[in-house]
Design a binder for this molecule. Structure first.
Ligand SMILES: NC(=O)c1ccc[n+]([C@@H]2O[C@H](COP(=O)([O-])OP(=O)(O)OC[C@H]3O[C@@H](n4cnc5c(N)ncnc54)[C@H](OP(=O)(O)O)[C@@H]3O)[C@@H](O)[C@H]2O)c1
Length: 321
C-alpha cells in the first residue's frame, strides 16, 4: 500500500487523448479529455524532467501525425498512437529535474504532451528559455519552430538578393482564420509588404499572381501545395528558387492533388528545395540574436491570439490551449 507521503504527491492531471486515426478535417470528437492523476515526484535516480505545462502549441504538422505511419516520413515524423495523449511543442516550468543542466524553476520549450503535468524522458529535447522579457507564449511561435523555419527557409534556402520578387503564401504564425479580412490590411499597411491578397477571394490564382507579380516571382516560400503551387509555377522567373516548407492544403485530403505545371521548373531553370527546420536547430541562438531585437522594434505590430477551448481559432506568436 502506498504511504501517506506518496498519496499526497498525487495530483489531478487532465490529458487530451488522441482517439483514432483521422480522415478529412479533424473534429473535436477525434480527441477526448481524461482526468487522470500524476505523482509530482520523479523516481529515485531518474534522469527525466517533471514539468508543469504552461502553453501548448497546435501546429499543422500534427495533422500528419494523425494519419497511420507513412514510410515516406522517414525519421521526420512518428505518428500518434490511438489511445495515447497528443504530443506537441509547448512551454513548461520545471518542477523537478534529474538532468544535470536543467534545474527546478527553469522555464523550457520543446516537445511535451497535451496534459497539465508531464514527465519528459528525453530532456535533451528541451531548450532553456533565457530571454524572459518577452511573453512566454512567443516560445510556441515566433521565437521557436515557426520563427526559425521562416528564418532558415528564407535566408538559407531561398538565398534572397536585393531587388528580387518574393512570394510567401499561407501567412501562418501571425494571424488566425477569424482575422482573414484584416490580414491583408495588416500585411500591407502595418507590416510594410508591397502587396497582399486573400486566397479565399481569388477564383483564378494564376490571374491573381500575374496581377500582383507582373514581372514574375524570383523566390517562392512554399507552404500550401496543390493548386497554389501549380499557379506559382506558371509565374516563376528564370533561375527562381522555391523553398518547400510545407503543403497545408494537402493535409486534410486523403489523396494528394496532382500538380500539372512541373515542366516550368525546366523552362525557367528553377531550383526547388525541400527543407525541415530540424536541420537548422544549430542556428537557433543566431536566430534569437536576430529576432529578439526585431521583436523590440516591432512588438506593437505583433498580434497575439489565444485559444482556451472557446472554439476561437488562434495563431502564433502564442498559441495557447
Ligand atoms: N518544414 C518545416 O520544418 C516546417 C516547420 C514548421 C511549419 N511548416 C509548415 O509551414 C506551414 C505553415 O505553418 P504555421 O506553423 O505557420 O501554420 P499556422 O500558424 O497554423 O498557419 C496556417 C496558415 O495556413 C493558412 N492556410 C490553411 N489552409 C490553406 C490553404 N489551403 N491555402 C493557403 N493558406 C492556407 C491559414 O490561413 P487561413 O486559416 O486563413 O486559411 C493560416 O494562416 C505549414 O505548411 C507547415 O506544415 C514546416
Amino acid at each position: 500500500m502506498a504511504g501517506s507521503g506518496e498519496q499526497e504527491a498525487l495530483v489531478g492531471n487532465k490529458q487530451v487523448i488522441f482517439k483514432d486515426f483521422v480522415s478529412g478535417f479533424p473534429k473535436e470528437s477525434d480527441m477526448f479529455v481524461t482526468n487522470g492523476t500524476v505523482k509530482l515526484k520523479l523516481p529515485e535516480g531518474s534522469r527525466a524532467v517533471l514539468v508543469k505545462n504552461l502553453y501548448l502549441s497546435c501546429d499543422p504538422y500534427m495533422r500528419n501525425l494523425m494519419k497511420p505511419q507513412d514510410a515516406n516520413y522517414g525519421s521526420l515524423f512518428t505518428c500518434y498512437t490511438p489511445g495515447s495523449p497528443v504530443s506537441g511543442s509547448g512551454v513548461a516550468k520545471v518542477l523537478e529535474s534529474g538532468h544535470p543542466d536543467i534545474k527546478e524553476g527553469d522555464l523550457v520549450w520543446g516537445v511535451t504532451t497535451w496534459e497539465e503535468y508531464s514527465v519528459i524522458k528525453a530532456p535533451e529535447t528541451l531548450t532553456k528559455i533565457r530571454h524572459t522579457d518577452v511573453p512566454f507564449s512567443y516560445y510556441t511561435g515566433i521565437l521557436v519552430v515557426p520563427g526559425l523555419t521562416a528564418y532558415a527557409g528564407f535566408y538559407e534556402v531561398c538565398s534572397p538578393k536585393k531587388g528580387e520578387y518574393v512570394c510567401v503564401l499561407c501567412s501562418g504564425c501571425c494571424w488566425s482564420a477569424c482575422w482573414a479580412i484584416h490580414k491583408v490590411d495588416l500585411l500591407k499597411n502595418k507590416l510594410g509588404f508591397d502587396e497582399a491578397f486573400n486566397y479565399k477571394e481569388e477564383h483564378d490564382l494564376n490571374e491573381a499572381l500575374k496581377r500582383y507579380f507582373p514581372e514574375g516571382i524570383d523566390i517562392y516560400f512554399e507552404n500550401v501545395g496543390g493548386k497554389m503551387l501549380d499557379a506559382v509555377l506558371l509565374n516563376m522567373r528564370i533561375h527562381g528558387r522555391i523553398a518547400v516548407c510545407g503543403m497545408i492544403s494537402q493535409y486534410n485530403i486523403d489523396k494528394p492533388e496532382g500538380v500539372s505545371n512541373l515542366m516550368n521548373i525546366v523552362y525557367k531553370r528553377v531550383r526547388v528545395e525541400g527543407f525541415a527546420v530540424l536541420d537548422y536547430l544549430h542556428q537557433y541562438s543566431k536566430f534569437l540574436d536576430t529576432v529578439i531585437p526585431l521583436h523590440q522594434r516591432w512588438k506593437d505590430n505583433i498580434c497575439r491570439g489565444y485559444c482556451r477551448g472557446s472554439g476561437e481559432r488562434s495563431c502564433c506568436p502564442g498559441r495557447t490551449l
